[in-house]
Design a protein around this ligand. Structure first.
Ligand SMILES: [Zn+2]
Length: 105
């Protein structure tokens, strides 16, 4: 068994697979927890090289194309993994400057 960070099997995983989220481990990268004004966030830097999918950045609402290094973040509380979002690295850093009234994701 690898001692590497076991994936939590929590109440948020549904045995029937309906509504299941992809395991976080499917995105290779390094996790960090950042404390911000809007709470604690787990931030994972990803190279993008392993991803075949285009994501939409909630910061600028532009696409993040495969192969573009970016970050994935989600709230650092239980169940927060279901709120994972892919962000351009710069957009994530700038999110606090987006002003009130915007969805924090
Ligand atoms: Zn962006």
């Amino acid at each position: 068994m690898s001692p590497r960070r076991a994936r939590r099997l929590g109440p948020y995983e549904r045995p029937d697979g309906r509504g299941a989220v992809r395991p976080v481990d499917s995105v290779p990268g390094v996790d960090q927890v950042e404390s911000a004004a809007d709470g604690d966030w787990v931030v994972r830097k990803v190279s993008g090289a392993a991803l075949a999918k285009t994501y939409r950045c909630p910061g600028c609402e532009q696409e993040i194309r495969p192969g573009v290094p970016h970050i994935v973040s989600w709230p650092a509380w239980q169940g927060g993994e279901e709120e994972r979002r892919h962000w351009h690295t710069a957009c994530w850093k700038n999110r606090a400057n987006r002003g009130p009234g915007r969805n924090r994701y």
